[in-house]
Design a binder for this molecule. Structure first.
Ligand code: ADP
Ligand code: MG
Length: 272
């Protein structure tokens, strides 16, 4: 594949939308794999107790596996936690175990409870390294809520990647996310920007999807990637094989759309 430009330093991107089932995990996994297939070095941080991103990338995350929980609650360094994907070279994962479900409550009583993920990521040498070990992208897969886990991601990242499902209620609930982002910018992380919106499960045959896309584009303008991800059975089947859609069915429209969306995101970031 054609190599993509490496950003000047690691782009830490928060994949968030408090609505469940909009394609956060699917987009995290496939954008990460697509960037890695283009030759970039990528870290996925699984911040959802369900561990779906870990499963989809064939990463061991049974109870007891060093995980996001240990980094957040006990300050275990990421060097002791990160696993490399067996499928895609250059793709690394901080897995989530079910322990993470308790972290939302355990974090409440800890010092600097909103900035623990930031601290862990910034202390991970490949994020700041100057040599070929340096990471180009860190993608954080958030749970479907605006609790302390997602807050940790919003404090850790500089950019947000918001997947929006092209359906009737798409923009409903987004107001709450945008308010949270404003609060974080005002008090915790002034750097945070909504850089990338990705339309998912797009059905080009329906007028409804076209209408939603138009509404999202008129609201967010250039932040919306031109490439929309089509609704595709291949995309939804791939995780059960522990594969990205690019490995599972390389020529499928779903695979090509994630490759193109990742390319667009990388080229946009390179000019920024
Ligand atoms: P979230 O992480 O936001 O909860 P997921 O990425 O888990 O959402 O996606 C929700 C469901 O929709 C999953 O079953 C997934 O396989 C399916 N899905 C996601 N994107 C697509 C797509 N483009 N086409 C078909 N199914 C999809
Ligand atoms: Mg998810």
């Amino acid at each position: 594949r054609e190599p993509l430009p490496r950003p000047k330093r690691a782009r830490v991107m928060v994949v968030a939308n408090q609505k469940g089932g909009v394609g956060k995990t699917t987009s995290t996994v496939n954008m990460a794999a697509a960037l890695a297939q283009h030759g970039l070095r990528v870290l996925v941080v699984d911040l959802d107790p369900q561990g779906n991103a870990s499963t989809a990338l064939s990463i061991d995350h049974h109870r007891g596996t060093p995980s996001t929980y240990d980094a957040l609650v006990d300050g275990v360094p990421l060097t002791e936690i990160v696993q490399e994907s067996p499928e895609v070279p250059g793709l690394f994962v901080v897995p989530a175990t079910i322990d993470l479900a308790g972290a939302e409550i355990e974090l409440v009583s800890l010092v600097a409870r909103e900035s623990r993920l930031r601290k862990a990521i910034m202390a991970y040498p490949p994020v700041t390294a100057e040599d070929e070990d340096r990471l180009d992208y860190v993608l954080i897969d958030c749970p479907p809520s605006l609790g302390l886990l997602t807050l940790n991601a919003l404090v850790a990242g500089e950019e947000m990647l918001i997947p929006i499902q092209a359906e009737y209620y798409a923009l409903e609930g987004l107001g709450q996310l945008l308010e949270t982002v404003e609060m974080v910018r005002a008090h915790l992380n002034p750097e945070l920007a909504i850089s990338t919106i990705l339309l998912t499960m797009y059905d080009a045959r329906t007028r409804l999807a076209a209408g939603v896309a138009e509404e999202v584009r008129s609201h967010f303008g250039d932040q919306v990637l031109r490439t929309a991800i089509p609704r595709s059975v291949r995309i939804s089947e791939a995780p059960s094989y522990g594969q990205s859609v690019m490995t599972y069915d390389p020529g499928s429209p779903g695979a090509l759309s994630y490759l193109e969306a990742a390319r667009e995101m990388a080229l946009k970031g390179a000019n920024a």
